[in-house]
Design a protein around this ligand. Sequence first.
Ligand code: ZN
Length: 67
Amino acid sequence: MIFPSSGIVTQNHFLVGTQWTYGVSVVTMFDEGFSCNCAKKPRKPCKHITNVKLRLYGTFDEHYIMQ
Ligand SMILES: [Zn+2]
């Protein structure tokens, strides 16, 4: 399950394919958004995806102002 991201345009993003590890959970960025392997049938983005997005907002602010 891949969740589209509002706020971050992941299409062709330079971090597409990047994985963030939280213990046994892994969040991956795709062109279509973010996915995490912590839940088998997630209905909404989990806390790991939320955390990754918060980190991106803080670290890469300057990349999103232009969108
Ligand atoms: Zn997760």
